[in-house]
Design a protein around this ligand. Structure first.
Ligand SMILES: C[S@@+](CC[C@H](N)C(=O)[O-])C[C@H]1O[C@@H](n2cnc3c(N)ncnc32)[C@H](O)[C@@H]1O
Length: 434
């Protein structure tokens, strides 16, 4: 730990927490950016750990803090809420001595509320965290048998509706495994944009411990920071979860195919598709948001693959009316709960109403996508989530809808972090038969 006894690390963690709270940043971007300012590797690791875990455990931390506060946590100013959560995390879930957790939190509180109110802010945080440290071993955890949802909510750090959703779909034992697996930060996975063996050899020559992944082109590189890899910076490898690679492989795209990728930004799958179809094929990418369409262009340029990018609405794509494709991919906008290992705050950002609203959009997008498939071609639907309404219900609705009889199912799978060690991705596909 550096000379300031870890204060700088905790300060960096707070910077990231603020970006996530107030700017809507995602932690897997905000945390590496905030900790990169710290000169010492140990401080960077400690700050990252604190920030990710504070986000992951925030529901449980808020509950615990509720037992030490005389007013609702929501009534405390946001900057001090973050200091309290960071302090509570250290008391509940780290081996940091209580004295150090409280003292550094008091120091940060004074920094967060400068001027005349600094002393008061420090005193307030001191009182709450000292109170929590006294009661931390006697908190009234709900009974796991009588109140499984309330219990799993706190012990596995997920909102009740997510717990309930998994209990209903998978039963108690599996749901618990999924919830715990969703709390395990994943190691880095890369997709080789060229020869995988050559990439493995390059990374091993640099002293890294890497292994081939479960699917073609995948390389598992646990503990590696992609920003420090020349292979990534020079386009020979792309950081990508194996679940995303499996979506692309499920499309069946091969040399010479004309592909339509309807929700393309930031382009991870468009560029993979372009690699598979080669120079005889084509990839047309549609993306609603111009800045995300630009990300597709930049990614294609970096990997030196051709992708024709259009800014437009996939519900009415900016394409000729008669345009039909051998392969159509709809990687739909969704609640993204399946990415929770990498950005744990997603579970707290999403509400059940979001899943319902997105499902409505997904149903309409899937019909629009199906229209564009040539007879004999393939249609693939994927969503990086596990709510029933955004996954099986969309697929079932399509199969029993007006276009269902023209499509024959190829596959349907829900990847989950406990068994597959990937993002929680739903993938289904059909062949157009008429
Ligand atoms: C799950 S992300 C796609 C990820 C992308 N396929 C990849 O692998 O990099 C969904 C994307 O759909 C875009 N989107 C949302 N609504 C859309 C619409 N109506 N038409 C086109 N794109 C849309 C979002 O902006 C977002 O970039």
């Amino acid at each position: 730990m550096s000379a300031d006894e870890g204060l700088a690390a905790r300060r960096a963690a707070l910077v990231a927490l603020k970006a996530v709270d107030e700017e809507g940043a995602w932690s897997n971007t905000a945390i590496p950016a905030a900790v990169s300012e710290l000169p010492e590797v140990r401080d960077r690791a400690f700050a990252s750990h604190l920030a990710y875990d504070t986000l992951r455990w925030s529901g449980t931390l808020d509950w615990a803090l509720g037992h030490a506060l005389s007013r609702p946590l929501d009534d405390v100013e946001p900057a001090l809420q973050r200091v309290l959560r960071l302090g509570a995390l250290q008391l509940l879930r780290t081996g940091v001595p209580a004295r150090a957790a409280v003292a550094t939190s008091v120091a940060l509180a004074k920094e967060q509320v400068p001027g005349k109110r600094a002393q008061g802010a420090g005193g307030f945080v001191n009182g709450v965290l000292r109170g929590l440290s006294r009661t931390v071993d006697t908190l009234p955890w709900p009974d796991t048998t009588d109140a499984p949802v309330a219990s799993l909510r706190l012990t596995t750090a997920h909102p009740s509706w997510v717990v309930l959703e998994l209990l209903e779909r998978y039963g108690r034992e599996r749901a618990e495994e999924i919830l715990w697996a969703d709390n395990e930060p994943p190691g880095l996975t890369l997709r080789a944009t060229g020869d995988r063996d050559a990439l493995l050899a390059e990374l091993r020559a640099a002293g890294l411990e890497v292994e081939p992944g479960a699917v073609a082109d995948a390389v598992r590189a646990p503990g590696v920071d992609p920003r420090e890899l020349a292979a990534v910076n020079e386009g020979r490898a792309v950081p990508q979860d194996e679940a995303s690679m499996r979506v692309v492989l499920a499309t069946g795209a091969g040399p010479g195919d004309d592909v339509l990728d309807l929700c393309a930004g930031p382009g991870g799958k468009s560029t993979h598709l372009a690699t598979l179809v080669g120079p005889e094929g084509s990839v047309t990418a549609v993306e609603l948001h111009p800045h995300r369409a630009e990300m597709v262009r930049r990614s294609a340029a970096r990997q030196q693959v051709p992708v024709e990018v259009h800014v437009g609405d996939a519900l009415a794509p900016p394409l000729a009316d008669e345009a039909r494709f051998d392969v159509v991919l709809l990687d739909a906008p969704c609640t993204g709960l399946g990415t929770g290992r990498r950005r744990p705050e997603v579970r707290w950002r999403r509400q059940p109403e979001d899943a319902a609203a997105l499902a409505d959009l997904q149903n309409r997008l899937l019909l629009a996508a199906a229209e564009r498939v040539a007879v004999g071609g393939s249609l693939t639907y994927s969503a990086c989530t596990w709510t029933a309404v955004e996954t099986v219900e969309v697929a079932d609705g399509f199969e029993s809808g007006p276009l269902g009889p023209d499509f024959e199912r190829r596959e349907r799978v829900q990847l989950l972090p406990d068994v597959d060690d990937t993002d929680g991705m739903f993938i289904t596909g059909w062949t157009r038969t008429a």
